[in-house]
Ligand binder design. Structure first.
Ligand SMILES: Nc1ncnc2c1ncn2[C@@H]1O[C@H](COP(=O)(O)OP(=O)(O)O)[C@@H](O)[C@H]1O
Ligand SMILES: [Mg+2]
Length: 156
């Protein structure tokens, strides 16, 4: 189900969209981010961190695999699967984060989620693609995404 189709002319617009999400998204939100290198996935997650009130700089966890930010309104768990093989991704046990059973329930944002070999039951898929003059962002709910989560994408 498509929740929103958005267009952001520059990186700051993308970041501001992230800030809105960081202010309102509830715990146990999973965001699966799809898009080429340089499409703006990390920029969006940086905005989310800002909206959550995380002061620490958010950098792509390309080498650390997962970054946990626990100081904001809700924990942020940030993955980047770009360099990983499927068996390494399974070892990461991303479900521990999106199910929130052994960690504090938070927002899980996964860059290069195309590489996951299994998916959460419910998630928000965010596809980013540069068009001629702007970044096109398509937001979809997959599975039974809560109304609280959906509401965050209405009127953005
Ligand atoms: N509309 C836009 N939204 C996001 N980033 C943009 C936009 N226009 C240009 N950019 C630039 O594109 C790059 C996106 O990088 P990044 O967010 O790290 O992408 P990714 O994580 O998808 O590889 C940044 O240098 C950013 O300044
Ligand atoms: Mg990135």
């Amino acid at each position: 189900m498509t929740l929103a189709v958005l267009s952001f002319p520059d990186a700051d617009a993308t970041r501001r969209f992230g800030v809105q999400l960081g202010k309102y998204l509830p715990p146990l939100t999973t965001l699966l981010l799809e898009g080429d290198l340089g499409s703006g996935k990390t920029t969006l997650v940086q905005g989310i961190g800002e909206g959550l009130g995380i002061a620490e700089a958010i950098v792509s966890p390309t080498f650390t695999l997962i970054n946990e930010y626990l100081e904001g309104r809700v924990p942020l768990y940030h993955f980047d699967l770009y360099r990983l093989h499927p068996d390494e991704i399974e070892e990461l046990q991303p479900e521990v984060y999106w199910e929130g059973t052994e960690v504090r329930p938070g927002i899980t944002a996964i860059e290069w989620s195309e590489r996951l070999s299994y998916l959460p039951k419910a998630y928000v898929r965010i596809r980013l693609q540069h068009e001629d003059t702007a970044l096109q962002v398509e937001v979809s709910a997959v599975g039974t995404v809560s109304d609280d989560i959906k509401a965050c994408f209405e009127g953005v």
